[in-house]
Design a protein around this ligand. Structure first.
Ligand SMILES: Cc1cc2nc3c(=O)[nH]c(=O)nc-3n(C[C@H](O)[C@H](O)[C@H](O)COP(=O)(O)OP(=O)(O)OC[C@H]3O[C@@H](n4cnc5c(N)ncnc54)[C@H](O)[C@@H]3O)c2cc1C
Length: 399
């Protein structure tokens, strides 16, 4: 058994942000992460040549104020790389539809349906409505089902129909001194790596936290290597189903609330190819109108003269063979052309109407507790939502 000021469970951006706040306040932090690497959904694949692409998150914006504060504090501002103009294309079967971005969206919409929906534009409010209900009012149900629904599902890499509509996009203040959209050298994972490199943080990867027990002055957490850690302050930065399991003995009320929140699994597959192998036009996102994947994201906005890379985010239930075959057909390459092939199953929150109420309940149960819970399932799924949640949880329990 070992003791620590702060134990953080989960090494994604939420856990790393929380650990960094604690570490720079002078606390000794242990961060445990189930997989072999930190980063979670921020998963940059790097080859020996220096080429990299993203299997997970790919873009940050100058509206990510809480994240930028952490980037600055960890000395990474000079590593920011501007991203080129995002280009969105639709795929109809195996073929890209001609055109791009907003122009293409307008071209694909049924015009009569849009005209009929126009009068509702002024009265429609997103609050309390699902994504499907709100956007169907704006563009008509058929336009939503055929075009806008697939596009909005590409954003969270899962069917977004039942999401609370005000959770998908948020207006935030932009920092004028920072490029509008950016990544960092070596990919976004470098942000997490730099945060947990703080001298007060010890990272243990390939280490799963199994069970939390409350002690009179803190917590004991059992790890899967048979050891346990005692800590005065515990932060859980894992998906809601993992929180429910970890707290099933220590906090029945919190576990019960976390269990109410749905999660989905997404199978991501990524690879790079020689630039001249694929005939797919330049694009940041390929959105299929109806297919077995939600989106294919590219490395095109940080171009490389020699290589291109694609990351597909598949619906659950396909075999590996089916995923590979579909990627081969869409990109127009053979398996033997693929380098840096990577596959990963990720757990994502899948919020529905009522999510906000459960989160409020969790926050009210946490009042006065030295337990922090953070993650991409509080205010929203974006990296900034994670950084903001970790910041406010740190302020509550340790600041
Ligand atoms: C494909 C994709 C693309 C995205 N693109 C963008 C984007 O461009 N911009 C943007 O802002 N957002 C994007 N997002 C969203 C954003 O990246 C994620 O919501 C965010 O990174 C989640 O961070 P997190 O730390 O909350 O969770 P995660 O990244 O899921 O981290 C949780 C970590 O906890 C670990 N863990 C779980 N259980 C245990 C346990 N018992 N013990 C120890 N460790 C455990 C997991 O292995 C994982 O590493 C994207 C998401 C995906 C999936």
């Amino acid at each position: 058994m070992s003791g620590r000021d702060v134990l953080v469970v989960g090494g994604g951006i939420s856990g790393a942000s929380f650990a960094f706040h604690a570490a720079r306040a002078g606390r000794k932090v242990l961060l445990v992460e189930k997989s072999e690497r930190v980063g979670g959904c921020m998963n940059s694949i790097r080859s020996d040549s220096g080429y990299w692409f993203e299997l997970g998150a790919h873009t940050c914006y100058n509206s990510y104020g809480a994240l930028l504060e952490l980037i600055e504090a960890s000395g990474q501002m000079e590593n920011l790389v501007p991203r080129g103009k995002p280009v969105l294309r639709f795929l109809d079967g195996d073929q890209p539809v001609r055109g791009k971005n907003l122009g293409l969206l307008v071209k694909l919409f049924g015009k009569l349906e849009i005209l009929c929906a126009l009068p509702k534009w002024f009265a429609a409010k997103p609050s309390g409505l699902s994504v499907r209900d709100y956007y169907s009012r704006l563009v008509g149900p058929r336009n939503y089902a055929r075009v806008l629904g697939p596009m909005l599902s590409a954003v969270p890499s899962q069917c977004a129909d039942d999401f609370p509509s005000d959770m998908l996009f948020k207006k935030r203040e932009r920092r004028k001194d920072v490029m509008r959209s950016f990544t960092v050298e070596g990919g976004l994972n470098a942000i997490v790596e730099a945060l947990v490199a703080h001298e007060n943080i010890e990272v243990r990867t390939a280490c799963t936290a199994n069970q939390v027990t409350r002690l009179p002055d803190g917590f004991r957490v059992e790890l899967d290597d048979g050891s346990s850690v005692e800590t005065g302050l515990l932060a859980l930065a894992v998906p809601p189903n993992a929180v429910a399991r970890l707290l099933s003995e220590a906090s029945l009320d919190l576990a019960e609330q976390a269990r109410k929140l749905d999660t989905v699994e997404v199978d991501s597959l990524g690879f790079s190819v020689d630039a001249d192998r694929s005939n797919l036009p330049y694009a940041t996102f390929f959105i299929p109108l109806a297919d077995c994947f939600y989106s294919a994201v590219t490395r095109d906005v940080v171009p490389d003269p020699n290589r291109r890379a694609f990351a597909f985010h598949f619906r659950p239930g396909l075999t590996r063979e089916e995923r590979l075959a579909r990627a081969e057909t869409v990109v127009g390459v053979k398996r033997t052309d693929m380098s840096d092939l990577q596959e990963r199953r990720i757990t994502l929150p899948s919020p529905t109407i009522g999510h906000e109420q459960v989160v409020r309940e969790i926050d009210s149960l946490l009042k006065g507790d030295s337990l922090a819970i953070t993650g991409n399932w509080f205010a929203g799924l974006s990296i900034e939502d994670c950084a903001l949640r970790s910041q406010s949880e740190w302020t509550r329990v340790g600041g």
